[in-house]
Design a protein around this ligand. Structure first.
Ligand code: GAL
Ligand code: ZN
Length: 694
């Protein structure tokens, strides 16, 4: 059992920046933490200058007193390594550690994250600080979790200085071995880009025209690895000096810059920072998607919502607060998707600095504020939900996510600049979310066999090993649903010869003759046949026969064994197949040759029906989200979340089955046939193991 599991129940708290306050204030802080039910605080994230006032001295006295105080009040600590903002003395002694942009501008001190990921001076200093903290506090009874750095890649994701250039060359040598290999991989026969030696290579700085795409792709890979190397250097120190205490770093949801599949291998616990915009009525759908990723990164293990705003943030052009009940609802949503706790940025609102208008658990107005009442109420509710800690949920289907492919897809000089990973993924996810289908994410290296249905909204870059795995999956009875512009390039970003979708051509049973981007502002009509499927509605209407609109992208495709389910009915491709299904081996492979955006749902209904997948809870009213976690003993926890502005009646009975009788843990009341959810209301229903269907 690690230290964190000694904190009973769900975790509740936030970033606490006590160095911004006189020590007298701390006494009030801990008293109020107890009142709010806070059991975990993140300390020291930006304390470097306080901990190490200059190159020759340390000052741990204040942190000793703080940790003792917190421990006396029964609050555990997520102790940060404090390395996200190097102090002025270090920067002035080593000005070369400041990061440089692609245009050659050196970024100044005065904000945070002002360091070059490949700087030896920064790295040595960060490792030294981490070691000093680990040695001093490894046995402190308040210590429950180590928090490495803060949001890698938040402000600085790449650096073009000479140290970074040298590190890039080292990385390239490791990846390619010889410069001949690199020349082949980068396709440097093009435009006379041949290199005679690694020494001739520089990072992809601003150049006169388009830069070599494989150079850019290797650069993305290198930049994720360069930050990961820093993280691993700190992690190695903590593992060595402070074994048994779990380690995390706070991720930033679905962040393009960092390959979180790779990163999460080095985390003991995945934690995430989430800032959905209260002004966006669909924000909860994206949040659900991000939370599903966080759960999936460690194969379904509980994760931690490390940061969220109690109300408004301070970094959008317009910072809209969360109306009453929204913060509670969104906190419960993280739990509904597998989190074992919700923490915040931050505990006490700052009075100075760039975040003084950011909301906090304890607002400027103090305990008289609405926000404080909300903090206390959420703490009390989380205590009532304590028993769900450790329970898990598993997706009914899976979605493939490959950072390599994401990076390659979004390189320039493609048939259309409108093909962006998140724009392609989000409508698919939203359609599944609206249908009450829970999904897990999978890396390309995973065996998808446990899932009846695998969605791949885009697989622009597809290496042969992954293609073979997918082919085996379909042949063995799986269903693969593949989006447009897939199977195009290999891992060097070279086109798979012989027609797209390259190595998926055989299982998909189609070939792409030509990409046919759709001009901005126009759409192309697609007609989905009235194919009879098992999902025919009770009133006899068929899900097919539907008129859909494609945007941004279409393809001239020809079938090679696949059947056509939808055709283009306007524009230059009129009459040609738009959506196909290929019965292949014991499974089926579906191909969508166009970007259907918000219209993708009726197409996804077909494989869902074929796989026999239905909503977790049928008959859910619109805007109500339902998920179910399971404890090891079989107890179920059904989360019902009303994201809409209207009261909703939720039927707790599936046609022909017994009502789901349980207890709403939030109110302590037994549930009946239906449950009424207020606008932004929620319920968490404990279903005894006996009630749970296998
Ligand atoms: C996060 C960051 C915190 C704080 C917060 C404000 O990105 O980790 O330190 O800046 O945003 O929303
Ligand atoms: Zn650099």
């Amino acid at each position: 059992m690690d230290r964190l599991t000694r904190v009973p129940g769900l975790l509740y708290g936030g970033d606490w920046n006590p160095e911004q306050w006189p020590e007298q204030v701390w006494a009030e802080d801990v008293k109020l933490m107890a009142e709010a039910g806070v059991n975990l605080v993140t300390v020291g994230v930006f304390s470097w200058a306080r901990l190490q006032p200059d190159a020759y001295s340390w000052d741990f006295g204040w942190l000793d007193r703080l940790l003792d105080l917190v421990h006396r009040h029964g609050v555990a600590v997520d102790l940060a390594t404090a390395t996200a903002s190097p102090p002025a003395w270090l920067v002035r002694a080593h000005p070369e550690l400041l990061p440089v942009t692609a245009d050659g501008i050196r970024l100044e001190f005065g904000s945070r994250q002002h360091y070059c990921p490949s700087s030896p001076a920064y790295r040595e200093a960060a490792v030294r600080l981490t070691r000093a903290l680990a040695e001093r506090y490894r046995h402190h009874p308040a210590l429950a979790l180590w928090h490495i750095h803060n949001e890698y890649g938040d402000h600085v994701q790449e650096c073009f200085c000479p140290a970074s250039a040298a590190d890039f060359r080292r990385w390239l040598r490791e990846r390619h071995g010889t410069v001949d290999e690199l020349n082949r991989s980068w396709g440097t026969a093009f435009w006379s880009q041949h290199y005679n030696s690694f020494e001739q290579i520089e990072p992809p700085r601003t150049a006169p025209g388009p830069v070599n795409p494989t150079q850019l792709l290797d650069w993305r890979r290198f930049c994720s690895d360069a930050l990961l190397a820093l993280h691993r250097a700190e992690k190695a120190v903590l593992d060595e000096v402070s074994p048994g205490v779990p380690v995390t770093t706070n991720f930033m949801s679905m962040l393009k810059a960092l390959d979180y599949w790779e990163w999460s291998r080095h985390e003991d616990l995945v934690s995430d920072d989430a800032y959905p915009d209260p002004a966006d009525p669909r924000a909860h759908v994206n949040a659900a998607m991000n939370y599903d990723l966080m759960r999936s990164l460690k194969g379904g293990r509980p994760w931690l919502l490390m940061e969220q705003a109690p109300s408004a943030v301070s970094w959008r052009p317009v910072n809209v607060p969360k109306p009453p009940d929204l913060h509670r609802l969104w906190s419960l949503q993280a739990l509904a998707r597998g989190a074992d706790g919700v923490l915040h940025f931050q505990w006490r609102a700052s009075v100075a600095g760039a975040e003084k208008f950011h909301s906090a658990m304890l607002p400027h107005r103090g305990t008289a504020a609405r926000g404080w009442r909300q903090t206390v109420r959420l703490g009390a509710e989380l205590r009532r939900l304590g028993e769900i800690a450790g329970s898990r949920l598993r997706g009914q289907a899976a979605v493939l996510l490959d950072w390599d492919s994401w990076w390659a897809l979004e390189l320039d000089d493609h048939p259309s600049g409108r093909m962006r990973w998140l724009d392609l993924l989000r409508p698919w996810y939203a359609a599944l979310h609206a249908r009450g289908i829970t999904v897990d994410f999978l890396p390309p290296s995973a065996e998808p066999d446990g899932y009846p249905l695998l969605f791949a909204p885009n697989l622009y870059l597809l290496d042969t090993a992954t293609a073979e795995r997918l082919t085996r999956y379909v042949r063995g009875g799986g269903r693969l649903v593949c989006g447009p512009f897939s199977g195009i390039a290999d891992r060097h970003d070279h086109i798979h010869p012989g027609g797209h979708p390259g190595p998926l051509r055989e299982p998909l049973g189609i070939v792409v003759d030509e990409h046919w981007p759709i001009p901005d502002g126009t759409t192309t009509a697609v007609r989905l046949d009235g194919t009879k499927t098992e999902s025919t509605e009770p009133d006899g209407t068929e899900p097919g026969g539907t008129e859909l609109r494609a945007e941004h992208w279409s393809e001239w495709i020809e079938t090679e064994g696949a059947e056509t389910l939808a055709r283009y009915t306007s524009g230059p491709l009129t009459g040609l197949p738009a959506v196909t299904r290929h019965r292949y081996g014991a499974g089926s492979a579906w191909y969508l040759s166009c970007h259907l955006g918000a219209d993708v749902g009726p197409v996804l209904d077909l494989p869902l029906a074929e796989a026999g997948l239905n909503a977790e809870l049928p008959g859910l009213p619109p805007g109500v989200e339902a998920t179910r976690r399971h404890a090891a003993d079989g107890t179920g926890y059904l989360f019902l979340l009303n994201h809409g502005p209207e009261e909703r009646q939720v039927p707790l009975r599936t046609p022909g089955t017994d009502p789901l009788t349980g207890t709403d843990l939030l109110t302590g009341t037994p549930t009946g046939d239906t449950l009424t959810l207020a606008p932004l209301g929620a319920a968490v229903i404990r279903l005894p193991a006996a009630q749970e269907r296998a």
